[in-house]
Design a protein around this ligand. Structure first.
Ligand code: SF4
Length: 314
């Protein structure tokens, strides 16, 4: 058995849709974040250091050159010939519409690029941006809108200085899905003050509103963040791998089979990563999630009847 026998992964979804392997290629397009530039806040989320997830070797050069470099690496490593341009770092809708259109057009014009994945915040998707993305989708491109939510609890969102609330997510996901756009919701397990119960409750609220994809990862402590200071003085305890794996297995079993899991863990590179150490390796976490699902006799969607029971009687 493999992870894809238990979970509707993004790789499985893209292969079924395109009949061949499709890879995401990261693009760093020089955006900033409204939670850093003062539009919404200053200082950013307490856990955020964008360098921890920016791919190595990317220096914010033009889109075509970055995609060509990524394509060369991936084609050599996997033989893939099709790609999604993934605008990942910072807030990739936080600019004038004309600039967004120019960047997205440039990405879609590159060889093998079949679509876009746009990472952004729920408070940064005005109607013209959603219309632009829907237009790409109508022209036959794959389009994913990736909304960072992290938690459905406003107390937690305030505690980690997200500078948006759940109502803003509710509004964004409703407007995007009304246009038929595919939404991937980003969630973090292990946020300060949260337990496994919060993670399950967050997922329940997200599924109640409807989402097409999920990206789940454990909270890790990286250098240069407020969270690192909290952790250093004992104010934050990272989850153990066992805690994360058990919670991830719960969430997967609660998730309808049609929802696509874009990611199930996240890694940070040395020397940025401070804790927990197990977040340095992707495969040990993915393999442990697969083993846990097998041990439980569970798979994606296998606990849906229980979720419905809670919704009815809870
Ligand atoms: S996590 Fe996202 S929203 Fe928060 S500060 Fe970083 S880039 Fe901005």
């Amino acid at each position: 058995m493999a992870l894809t026998d238990y979970i509707n992964t993004m790789g499985r979804h893209l292969r079924a849709r395109h009949g061949e392997r499709v890879h995401k290629l990261c693009v760093s397009a020089g955006f900033v974040c409204p939670n850093m530039d003062g539009s919404k806040g200053r200082g950013g989320c307490t856990f955020c250091n964008n360098a921890s997830f920016a791919p190595q070797g990317q220096d914010g050069g033009e889109v075509a050159r970055q995609l060509a470099a990524g394509r060369a690496v991936i084609a050599k490593r996997t033989g893939a010939r099709r790609y999604l341009a993934y605008f990942q770092a910072y807030t990739n809708t936080h600019a004038e519409l004309s600039r967004l259109r120019a960047l997205y057009d440039e990405a879609l014009a590159q060889p093998g690029v079949v679509g876009l994945s746009i990472g952004t915040r729920p408070d940064c998707v005005p109607e013209p941006v959603l219309d632009l993305l829907a237009d790409y989708r109508d022209r036959g491109h794959d389009v994913w809108l990736e909304l960072g939510l992290q938690s459905a609890f406003d107390e937690t969102l305030a505690r980690v200085n997200r500078c948006h609330d759940f109502a803003e997510y509710h509004d964004a996901v409703t407007r995007a899905r009304r246009r038929g756009l595919s939404v991937c919701t980003h969630l973090i397990a292990g946020l300060p003050g949260e337990t496994d119960w919060h993670a399950r409750e967050t997922l329940t609220r997200v599924l109640d509103l409807g989402t097409d994809g999920l990206k789940l990862h454990p909270l890790h402590v990286v250098r240069g963040t407020q969270l690192a200071k909290d952790w250093q003085r004992g104010g934050y305890r990272p989850w153990t791998m066992q805690e994360y794996v058990a919670t991830a297995a719960d969430l997967i079993a609660m998730t309808p089979p049609a929802v696509v899991y874009h990611r199930l863990t996240a890694t940070a590179r040395e020397p940025l990563l401070l804790a927990p150490a197990w977040c340095a390796g992707k495969w040990q976490v993915l393999n442990a999630i697969e083993r846990e699902l097998a041990r439980r006799g569970a798979r994606q969607g296998s606990r849906l009847s229980q979720v419905n029971k809670v919704a009815v009687f809870g």
